[in-house]
Design a protein around this ligand. Structure first.
Ligand SMILES: [Zn+2]
Length: 229
């Protein structure tokens, strides 16, 4: 009870503000105000016939299904959310987006047989700096919503590629030297949902999916918080 009063008092002194526009949130709002949430460019539901996210993997790696929750723009609320998630310790954004996406995918038949949710791994050095893998909350919520398991130890990032990632398109031609490594064998028939924050060229996810496919006879699908295409 006392803790409740303290928390109410602190809330009065330091009201939580919207991560999009910084105005104080009102009762019933979480992380974003109603106006900012209403303006988010939602990418779902995806047309399964003309799926631009899935098309990124064409002729690169077999992908069962792929979808993104939001459209990523260079300025705007989505950019701000991803930036705060990655660089300002706002880890709860990951769970917020995961819960939202899980509720959207739950009714999609193509995602009904997901067994395992696997996040794109972060290099140990980056993990120490940030303190968390920014996709884990997203993955955990998706696993819970889809009745699947979550396991972050399936893939690992053995090489730090921060500088290479900035090369963009040129990195695409260098898919032979993967910084990712499969760490665990998966049972035949497993349907893996590979998750990441923003998909741009698809190189990272493509490399991770290739590692997962070292397991014979598994299916790989993809879900990301946002898509920048
Ligand atoms: Zn707002």
């Amino acid at each position: 009870m006392v803790l409740g009063w303290i928390s109410d008092f602190l809330h009065l002194l330091y009201p939580e503000v919207c991560l999009g526009c910084q105005i104080p949130l009102v009762d019933g709002e979480y992380l974003l105000c109603t106006a900012c949430r209403g303006q988010l460019p939602v990418a779902l539901p995806l047309d399964h016939q003309d799926n631009k996210v899935k098309d990124l993997f064409f002729a690169r790696v077999p992908i069962q299904c792929a979808s993104s929750l939001l459209y990523y723009e260079k300025i705007g609320v989505v950019q701000s959310l991803i930036h705060q998630l990655k660089y300002q310790n706002q880890e709860q954004i990951s769970n917020f987006l995961g819960k939202w996406m899980a509720s959207a995918l739950r009714d999609e038949a193509v995602y009904s047989d997901i067994d395992l949710v696997v996040p794109v791994p972060v290099h140990p050095k980056r993990l120490r700096q940030r303190g968390y893998n920014q996709v884990n909350g997203f993955g955990r919520e998706l696993a819970q919503g889809l009745g699947a398991r979550f396991r972050e130890s399936v893939l690992s990032k053995t090489r730090n590629t921060t500088k290479q990632a900035k090369l963009g398109q040129t990195e695409r031609s260098d898919e032979t030297q993967s910084p990712y490594q499969l760490m665990e064998q998966l049972p035949s028939g497993t349907h893996v949902l590979l998750v990441d924050d923003v998909i741009t060229t698809g190189t990272t996810l493509s490399l991770c999916a290739k590692e997962l496919h070292r397991n014979p006879d598994i299916k790989v699908s993809i879900a990301t918080m946002a898509v920048s295409i």
